[in-house]
Design a binder for this molecule. Structure first.
Ligand code: GDP
Ligand code: IMO
Ligand code: MG
Length: 426
C-alpha cells in the first residue's frame, strides 16, 4: 500500500481514529501530520474505548512506529497525560517519535485563544480553546517554540522571553489582562516538556529510511477538509491543513510518494463550532441523528450540529484531496430513518448551482436541493459483508459512489473496530 493518507472529508469527527486504528496493522508506521490537541479520535476495540488527542491512533499496536510529524502542534501537558494514562493501563504499545520540528503549544497560546474568542463574542469561531490558532500564528510569525527547543534550556528561555514580551503587549492593550511572567512560562514549559523530551527526534531521516526500505506508511489527518485554513469554510476553520497536501507538508513526504488517499465521511454530516452548514437539521431529525450517533464532541463535549450528507461539499473534498477511496462511516446511525436525504446541489441567488465557493459569506446563502432515498429500516451493525447489507442501502451507496466517481471501499456499520466492511481489496 506504500503511503496511504487518511483524511477527513467533512468538518472533522468523521471516524478517522477508528479507520486509522483498523488499518494500522497493515502498516509499519502511523504518522499524524497536522493539528494538535483540538483533535479527538475515538477508538473502540475489544470492549474498551480510547480517546486520542495527540497520540497517533496506531499506538495500541505492539511496536508500531507512531510519529508526530513537523506539521503537528504539541501541547506537552495533554500529550504527557495521554502517555501516562495509556502506560498505566498497559496499552502504550507503539513506539512514539516526536519531530523536533513540531511546534509547541505554550500556556500563553491557550490563554490567547480564550481571550480572543471572548473578545469576538457573537462572531466567535467556536474554537476548542486548545491554543491552536495562536500556536500556528506564532509559527508563521517565526516566533514559535519548536519541540527541539525543549532540549536546550538556554534557547528555550530566550525564545519564551521574546514571545512573552510580544504577547504581553497584546494581553494588556487589547484584552486588559495582566502581563505574564516570562520566567514562570519558561518553568511551566520545562516542567511539562520533560515528559515528552525522551521521544523528540529528527524525523526526516527516520521517514526517509522507512520509505527507502519499502515500509508502508499511514498518514493520519486531524480535523477535516472543510476546516482547512485555505480550502475550508473560512473564517470558521482551524489553523492548519487537514487536506492531503497538508500530509506532504506536515511530514516532509513528497506528493509523488503517495499511493492511496482514503477520504473519511459520515453517511450524514456534523459540525462543532460556528459557521455555515447548509444541510443542518435544527429539528427533531437532527436531534435523532445526534442521539443515534452519540454526536457529542470528543475534545470539548459540545453538542455536534447534525444534518444530511452534502454531496456538493463532499465532491469538493474528493477533488481537493485527490481521494482514491471513501470510507463511509456511521451508516448504522441512519437505520431508523424512514427516508434519507442527500444534498445534490444548491439554490443560490435564485439559481441552481452544483459547485460553490466555500467562503462563509457565500455558503451561508446557499439552500440545499435534496434527492430522497427510502430508509432501509434494518439493524446493520452485525453485518460483515456487502452481500448482507440491505438492497436499499446498497443503492444509496451506489448513488453516492456514482456522484463522487470513487468507490466506498470501507463501510463502517458501528463504532467497534470489527463493525467494518472492506471492499475493493483494502
Ligand atoms: P475522528 O475525530 O474523525 O476520529 O472521529 P471521532 O472519534 O471524534 O468521532 C467519531 C465517533 O463515532 C466516535 O465516537 C466513534 O467511536 C464513532 N464511530 C465511528 N464509526 C462509527 C460507526 O460506523 N457507527 C457508529 N455508530 N459510531 C461510529
Ligand atoms: P477531529 O480531529 C471537529 C473545529 C472547532 C472550531 C474550529 C476551530 O477530532 O476531527 P480550533 O480549536 O481548531 O482553532 O477550532 O475547528 N475543530 C474540530 N471540529 N473535529 C475536530 O478534530 C476539530 N478540531 C477543531 O470546533 O469550529
Ligand atoms: Mg474527533
Amino acid at each position: 500500500m506504500g503511503v496511504t493518507v487518511i483524511v477527513g472529508a467533512q468538518w472533522g469527527d468523521e471516524g478517522k481514529g477508528k479507520i486509522t486504528h483498523l488499518l494500522s496493522p497493515k502498516f509499519d508506521a502511523v504518522v499524524r501530520y497536522q493539528g494538535g490537541s483540538n483533535a479527538g479520535h475515538t477508538v473502540k476495540t475489544r470492549g474498551s474505548t480510547y480517546k486520542f488527542h495527540l497520540l497517533p491512533s496506531g499506538i495500541l499496536h505492539e511496536g508500531k512506529k507512531c510519529i508526530l510529524a513537523a506539521g503537528v502542534v504539541i501541547d506537552p501537558t495533554t500529550l504527557a497525560r495521554e502517555i501516562t494514562e495509556l502506560t498505566e493501563s498497559g496499552y502504550f504499545k507503539g513506539e512514539l517519535i516526536i519531530s523536533s520540528d513540531a511546534h509547541i503549544v505554550a500556556p500563553y497560546h491557550k490563554l490567547l485563544d480564550e481571550m480572543e474568542e471572548k473578545r469576538l463574542g457573537k462572531s466567535a469561531i467556536g474554537t476548542t480553546g486548545h491554543g491552536i490558532g495562536p500556536a500556528y500564528s506564532d509559527k508563521y510569525l517565526r516566533i514559535g517554540i519548536k519541540a527541539g527547543d525543549l532540549l536546550d534550556h538556554d534557547i528555550l528561555r530566550r525564545k519564551v522571553e521574546y514571545a512573552v514580551e510580544t504577547k504581553n503587549s497584546l494581553l494588556t492593550a487589547l484584552y486588559s489582562h495582566e502581563p505574564l511572567d516570562a520566567g514562570e512560562q519558561f518553568e511551566m514549559m520545562v516542567e511539562s516538556g520533560k515528559h515528552i523530551v525522551p521521544f523528540i527526534k529528527n524525523t526526516i531521516p527516520i521517514i526517509r529510511d522507512l520509505l527507502a526500505n519499502g515500509s508502508e506508511l499511514l498518514l493520519e489527518g486531524a480535523q477535516g477538509t472543510l476546516l482547512d485554513i485555505d480550502y475550508g469554510t473560512y473564517p470558521f476553520v482551524t489553523s492548519s491543513h487537514p487536506v492531503t497536501a497538508g500530509a506532504c507538508l506536515g511530514t516532509g513526504i513528497s506528493p509523488l510518494k503517495l499511493n492511496r488517499v482514503i477520504a473519511v465521511s459520515k453517511a450524514y454530516a456534523t459540525r462543532v463550532g460556528n459557521g455555515s452548514f447548509p444541510t443542518e437539521q435544527r429539528n427533531d431529525l437532527g436531534d435523532r441523528m445526534r442521539e443515534a450517533g452519540r454526536e457529542y464532541g470528543t475534545t470539548t463535549g459540545r453538542k455536534r450540529r447534525c444534518g444530511w450528507l452534502d454531496l456538493v461539499l463532499l465532491k469538493y473534498a474528493i477533488l481537493i484531496n485527490g481521494a482514491t477511496d471513501i470510507a463511509l462511516t456511521k451508516i448504522d446511525v441512519l437505520n431508523e430513518f424512514d427516508s434519507i436525504n442527500v444534498c445534490v446541489g444548491y439554490m443560490y441567488k435564485g439559481e441552481r448551482i452544483d459547485e460553490v465557493d466555500l467562503d462563509d459569506s457565500i455558503l451561508s446563502k446557499c439552500k440545499p436541493i435534496y434527492e430522497e432515498f427510502p430508509g432501509w429500516k434494518e439493524e446493520i451493525g452485525y453485518m460483515r459483508s456487502p452481500d448482507e447489507l440491505p438492497e436499499k442501502l446498497m443503492s444509496f451507496i451506489g448513488f453516492v459512489e456514482g456522484k463522487l466517481g470513487i468507490p466506498a471501499s470501507i463501510l463502517s456499520v458501528g463504532p467497534d473496530h470489527d463493525q467494518t466492511i472492506f471492499r475493493n481489496g483494502i
